[in-house]
Ligand binder design. Structure first.
Ligand SMILES: Cc1cc2nc3c(=O)[nH]c(=O)nc-3n(C[C@H](O)[C@H](O)[C@H](O)COP(=O)(O)OP(=O)(O)OC[C@H]3O[C@@H](n4cnc5c(N)ncnc54)[C@H](O)[C@@H]3O)c2cc1C
Length: 396
């Protein structure tokens, strides 16, 4: 018997693999087409809030990375200029109790990718092709053809563009491009043994200062620390893997308190990239084609939720396809109607957090005063809308 035509997924990142798993576990055939010749993640960490963790838990993904992840006890906030502690947002058991046992994970992206791949490769309904760079698509009333840049093409019943920030699928659908937001981000991952004790606690630590902030947290089961430094800057560079000059990084933190400054100065292996944003799209879908994850809504990373949004998108898309079955345009319409308000709110809050982190004096003093007198549980409670969110009632 002829196997049914698959749903095509352009891109095998967090979003592409997530939606492949969600769809396969709902009985759909899918074909993931990834441009990279083999799967390899950039050397960086990722935080996954309880809203994403509960979905990965139910798909059976988290059990493959849990031993390599860390559940931070809290997010500790500091003023980068004077090094003073401002507040702690409790995570760990407090967050677990608050969010129905869903944890807050921090982990290396390679461990997340490996776990997603393991589950995907065990699903007989998933085909994965690497070395296929999607260039354009063609839609008929009953199918979609995806063309690669090498002349190959594949046919499916529908197409999900999960091809990230510079999505080819989005380009054809809307012809819009992300623009730089005037911030440069540096990242490095270092072995914990080289860090002072203060910087290798089981916490996400966030240091804020005018024009710059620093975030670090343990990864690889605590054996390494992921460090991200973000500075207001006009430089434009595309991609995640531009090697960076250490002096350039230090320059962005020259006014900082000695303790975080010495820490930054001691680090090596920096890579940099510029941050980009895209105004909300009016539509994510057209006929049998839809967008997901960064292709639909590239995030600014100040809430650490871009990957989580791609995972939520995947769960909702699978659930809507289950309900509408082969009526792809209808399913895609319901999917974007459900997801757009949620994603817009996350994007707006993320931009707001970026402004708060980089507040200049005297606004910085007011921010610090508010944080100092806040009760830890109340700080967490402010994120109930984000972390307590159930993307779908009954995740497949
Ligand atoms: C500094 C920074 C920190 C972040 N921290 C966090 C965090 O802590 N938590 C969090 O949840 N999110 C975080 N994010 C956001 C998160 O990384 C992204 O939102 C997430 O990776 C999006 O996944 P995606 O699958 O949509 O896109 P991507 O991860 O970009 O994956 C797209 C995939 O498509 C492939 N591809 C691209 N073009 C083509 C093509 N033409 N044909 C075929 N394949 C193609 C790519 O090779 C890639 O594999 C952060 C982002 C930044 C910049």
């Amino acid at each position: 018997m002829k196997q049914q035509a698959p749903i095509l997924i352009a891109g095998g990142g967090i979003g592409g693999l997530s939606v492949a798993i969600a769809l396969a576990q709902s009985g759909f055939y899918v074909h993931v087409l990834e441009q990279a010749k083999s799967f390899s993640e950039v050397g960086a960490g990722i935080q996954l809030g309880p809203n994403a963790a509960r979905i990965l838990d139910r798909w059976g993904v988290s059990r493959h990375f849990v031993s390599q992840s860390v559940t931070p006890e809290n997010i500790s906030l500091y003023d980068g200029l004077n090094g003073k502690s401002l507040a702690q947002v409790p995570l760990g058991d407090v967050a677990r109790r608050r969010y129905d046992d869903a944890p807050y994970y921090v982990l290396h992206r390679a461990d997340l990718q490996e776990a997603l791949l393991k589950v995907a490769q065990n699903e007989p309904h998933i085909t994965i092709s690497t070395g296929f760079t999607a260039l354009a698509y063609r839609e008929t009333p009953y199918s979609v053809t995806l063309m690669g840049d090498d002349g190959r093409s594949v046919e499916g019943e529908a197409l999900i563009g999960a091809d990230g920030l510079w999505s080819a699928v989005r380009k054809q659908m809307h012809n819009v491009k992300p623009s730089p937001i005037g911030k440069t981000s540096w990242r490095t991952v270092i072995p914990s043994e080289y860090a002072p004790d203060f910087f290798k606690r089981q916490q996400t630590m966030l240091w804020m200062a005018p024009r710059s902030h620093l975030v670090h947290y343990p990864v690889i089961g605590g054996k390494a620390i992921n460090v991200i430094a973000i500075v207001d800057d006009k430089e434009i560079g595309i991609g995640w893997n531009n090697a960076a000059d250490k002096d350039e990084v230090i320059q962005g933190f020259r006014d900082w308190d000695t303790s975080p400054k010495d820490f930054i100065t001691s680090l090596t292996g920096w890579h940099k990239w510029s941050l980009f944003a895209l105004p909300p799209l009016e539509k994510w879908s057209k006929g049998r084609i839809t967008l997901l994850g960064d292709a639909a809504h590239p995030p600014v990373p100040f809430l650490a939720q871009g990957g989580a949004m791609a995972i939520e998108d995947a769960a909702v898309l699978a659930s809507e396809l289950m309900i509408a079955q082969k009526h792809y345009p209808e399913a895609f319409h319901h999917y974007e109607a459900k997801r757009m308000p949620r994603v817009d709110k996350v994007m707006q809050q993320s931009h707001k957090m970026g402004r708060i982190y980089h507040m200049k004096t005297p606004a910085r003093w007011a921010r610090n005063a508010v944080l100092r007198r806040s009760q830890p549980e109340n700080l967490l409670k402010r994120y109930d809308w984000l972390y307590g969110f159930e993307a779908v009632d009954d995740i497949v």
